[in-house]
Design a protein around this ligand. Sequence first.
Ligand SMILES: N[C@@H](CCC(=O)N[C@@H](CS)C(=O)NCC(=O)O)C(=O)O
Length: 207
Amino acid sequence: MELVFYTNPMSRGRIVRWMLEEIGYPYRTELLDLSSGATKTAEYLAINPMGKVPAIRYGGTVVTETAAIVTYLADVFPEAGLAPLSTDLHRGAYFRWLFFGAGPLEAAITNKRFGFTVPPDKTGFCGYGNYQAVMDMMEYAVTQSPYLAGERFSAADIYCGAMLGFGLRFDLVEKRPCFEKYWARISTRPAALRAAEIDDTLLPKAA
Ligand SMILES: N[C@@H](CCC(=O)N[C@@H](CS)C(=O)NCC(=O)O)C(=O)O
């Protein structure tokens, strides 16, 4: 079945590329410029009405949202071993960190990037509390076991790890030794290096 990957090399699509390289199933890349309106054409809006990348189409199934895409791919390609089985007790931690990554971690990093801070008297109303609370929670996550869902690397590490790696690179995540060590451990995987190389090579072809 054909697997099409809609992306831009300067986008969250890099996370999905890493996932695809871990899986090893052949896929076709559709590169979309972010500045020329390529993500806002009627054709692409039929894939993602938000006009954003990444997205994938696997046969007749379209999935958008980076975290949903990696979770979906981990389940559709179980032989890659990137999701604990539903009978595996580690599945709880797996979902916990995937959802924490797509919710609190993503929001805290994005807000930090744009200079938004949660007023101290409003942290109880904010789903992620505040930036500091999210950093502390991620420190807890990466120091409990080698990987977020235990002893085995999973799609949760791809999603949260890529967020941490991006944040470390652009000073949006505190340079705590535990984050640096965790990122060094996962970003040197052959699939991560391959994915980064592919996207870096594509950079000049996409705006
Ligand atoms: N919540 C989405 C966010 C996707 C997103 O914001 N994509 C950006 C690039 S990282 C994009 O396509 N921007 C172009 C635009 O909005 O016009 C996800 O996690 O996949």
